[in-house]
Design a protein around this ligand. Structure first.
Ligand SMILES: Cc1cc2nc3c(=O)[nH]c(=O)nc-3n(C[C@H](O)[C@H](O)[C@H](O)COP(=O)(O)OP(=O)(O)OC[C@H]3O[C@@H](n4cnc5c(N)ncnc54)[C@H](O)[C@@H]3O)c2cc1C
Length: 396
């Protein structure tokens, strides 16, 4: 069996794992990224993920500090205004950006983010990829941690588990978690439409679940947006199965977006995602830390899941820098616990906020309608409170 040695073994090569590899690479660590999927790096279509990510202003600042934003910004559509409509209580809220020279957020295609990260990582001599690689066991030996995959033994000082919400590392190390199934799915539809979106993002609270319309970059001068709609699994599956040329989907979409974006002119992609949330009991184990969805996953109602994962990576980078500077061993209990203590509360708080938002906005009993209407009125009248909410969403 072939043996490979490294400082950091990053398990999972999607948004969080790739970002972690990129950020740690310039500290000089020898890194192996192992990814379960068979990736063909020369193929233009590196991922099937047709989603977009709303990147918060605070996350943009971190990407800028790592030299990544200059590569991403050409593919990022700014959000300048957010319109929130609670259909169940017939109330509206408009949010504008109170901070000059910044935006409420940026919409970027996941496929773009992934291909930028991969092409940057391919230039690094201290980063190697092991794709089509699935971990079968993890064990400790002296100050090292050893993972066995199909035909390779990877020996490292620290495993950074970035293998998503069904993390294999978490299962192998028996780290407990709290999980919640929403019994909902989200359908994500990217489409061209007649009228410009004017950089406005919409969030509608419907009885069946939240629906967002996000402004995307124009393509071949055609206006483009993404719709993310949480609903009963049966309805979402029906829409997702209908296909790009379905008149039925076009009609549903037109019904939802016509007053804001005019008619749909072309549907570019449709994908469905089951919705669940979880939080690990702790974000570390022996010589292992969990980042991104391997540590926590939240309802997409506020578009914050990857922003949270990015903050995990920011903390990892700061700790790696500190430990290296002081010539301290990485992967120690001290290292892993410091990471856990810096990140856990942030994730737990967002988990609670997004969970309760989804819960309350689906309620349409008179008592809840009254509460929501009163809440919207209060925020509308209180500029300071409104700014505080905006800053929270922007992550600044
Ligand atoms: C509908 C929807 C919309 C969203 N919108 C937003 C948004 O606007 N803004 C935002 O911030 N967040 C958003 N999110 C959340 C965001 O998409 C996730 O937080 C993010 O994609 C998680 O990335 P990740 O790399 O941590 O995990 P994943 O994307 O799950 O990647 C895990 C990777 O690990 C690999 N892997 C799995 N098992 C193994 C193994 N055993 N060995 C090796 N590799 C393995 C997988 O193949 C995969 O490549 C949204 C989520 C949903 C569902």
């Amino acid at each position: 069996m072939k043996e490979l040695y490294c400082d950091l073994h990053i398990v999972g090569g999607a948004l969080t794992g790739l970002l972690a590899a990129y950020c740690a690479s310039d500290l000089g660590f020898k890194i192996i990224v192992s990814e379960r999927k068979k990736l063909n790096f020369n193929n233009k279509k590196i991922t099937d993920d047709t989603r977009t990510t709303a990147i918060a202003e605070g996350s943009k600042a971190f990407l800028e500090s790592q030299g990544l934003w200059k590569l991403i910004k050409n593919f990022a559509e700014p959000i300048k205004k957010i319109k929130v409509v609670d259909i169940t209580a017939n109330s509206n809220l408009n949010f504008y950006n109170p901070i000059p020279q910044s935006n409420l957020g940026y919409i970027v295609k996941n496929s773009k983010l992934i291909s930028i990260l991969i092409s940057e990582l391919k230039k690094k001599i201290n980063v190697n990829f092991e794709t089509d690689s699935n971990i079968k066991s993890i064990s400790n030996y002296n100050k090292k941690i050893i993972s066995l995959s199909n035909s390779k033994k990877i020996i490292s000082k620290l495993i950074i588990a970035a293998d998503g919400k069904n993390s294999t590392v978490r299962k192998l190390l028996r780290t407990n978690l709290f999980k919640k199934n929403y019994n909902e799915k989200a359908v994500v539809i990217n489409f061209f439409h007649e009228s410009p979106h004017k950089n406005t993002a919409y969030e509608f609270f419907l009885k069946t679940g939240p629906m967002a319309i996000l402004p995307m970059q124009t393509e071949k001068r055609r206006n483009q947006s993404a719709l993310i709609w949480s609903n009963e699994p049966g309805i979402v599956d029906l829409i997702a199965r209908s296909g790009l040329h379905s008149q039925y989907v076009k009609e549903i979409l037109n019904e939802k977006i016509y007053p804001y974006l005019g008619n749909v002119t072309k549907i570019n992609s449709i994908q469905a995602f089951p919705l669940s949330a979880h939080i690990n009991e702790k974000f570390y184990n022996d010589k292992t830390i969990y980042v991104g969805d391997a540590a926590h996953s939240i309802h997409p109602i506020a578009g914050q899941g990857w922003n949270l994962g990015l903050r995990d990576v920011k903390t990892v980078k700061e700790l790696l820098f500190k430990f290296k500077e002081q010539d301290l061993e990485i992967g120690t209990k001290n290292f892993c616990k410091m990471y856990n203590d810096s990140c856990y509360y942030d994730a737990y708080r967002l988990y609670e906020i997004t969970d309760k938002l989804d819960w309350v906005f689906k309620k349409d009993q008179p008592y809840f309608k009254f509460l929501k209407k009163t809440g919207f009125n209060l925020i509308n009248k209180n500029t300071a409170l409104k700014e505080r909410i905006v800053q929270f969403a922007m992550g600044v």
